[in-house]
Ligand binder design. Structure first.
Ligand code: FE2
Ligand code: FE2
Length: 197
């Protein structure tokens, strides 16, 4: 579906467009229920990413009351997976050492994807992830950050899963790791931006 750039819309057409957006959401819900049930291991379609990105921009720029009730979790699921799998500025949490560790995590997953039968690559990912998770958890604990427990649970879940992998890792496992990292940073880690100084 082609959507006219929202910045050019007048107030009246905004209302009409808002209704169109809501109708489209209902259609997407009917056609792609799996992607709306919190299954974060699934990579959404490009169209779905595009649509929800547009929707996020609309909400941020227009502050439309009628869109505030949309499931935030659904919107948060739709961050695209970089290809090739590399860290970029959109992943910045603005703590230099944590951004550096995130870059190492991207690199570790990239390496494992290229060397699916490498115990070293798998061990490295586990080690880099554990060290990074420890860094974040210590910082959150020191600041008594409200989301510490949920955040730690997410870290533990990832580590438990990856530690159980046998070689060679398969494409689904690589896809899971990529998707998890992207969404963990942009959804969960982003909550501590500006909160841990
Ligand atoms: Fe992180
Ligand atoms: Fe984290």
């Amino acid at each position: 579906m082609y959507i006219e750039p929202y910045a050019t819309l007048s107030i009246n057409t905004e209302i009409a467009f808002c209704l169109l957006v809501l109708r489209t959401i209902l259609r997407i819900t009917a056609r792609a229920p799996r992607s709306l049930k919190g299954i974060r291991t699934l990579q959404p379609s490009k169209q779905f990413v595009h649509f929800t990105q547009l929707l996020r921009n609309l909400i941020a720029s227009k502050n439309w009351k009628c869109l505030e009730g949309i499931d935030r979790r659904t919107l948060k699921m739709t961050h695209p997976i970089p290809e090739p799998f590399k860290w970029d500025n959109t992943f910045k949490v603005f703590y230099d050492h944590l951004d550096g560790e995130h870059q190492n995590l991207f690199a570790s997953i990239f390496d494992l994807a290229e060397n699916k039968n490498s115990q070293d690559a798998l061990n490295k990912l586990i080690g880099v992830a554990k060290d990074h998770f420890d860094s974040e958890e210590v910082m959150m604990k020191q600041k008594d950050f409200h989301d510490h427990d949920n955040h730690k649970e997410a870290h533990d879940g990832f580590l438990d899963k990856v530690k159980g992998w046998k070689l060679p890792v398969n494409d689904d496992q690589v896809k899971y790791a990529k998707n998890w990292l992207v969404h963990h940073i942009k959804v969960t880690d982003f909550k501590y931006k500006d909160q841990l100084h």
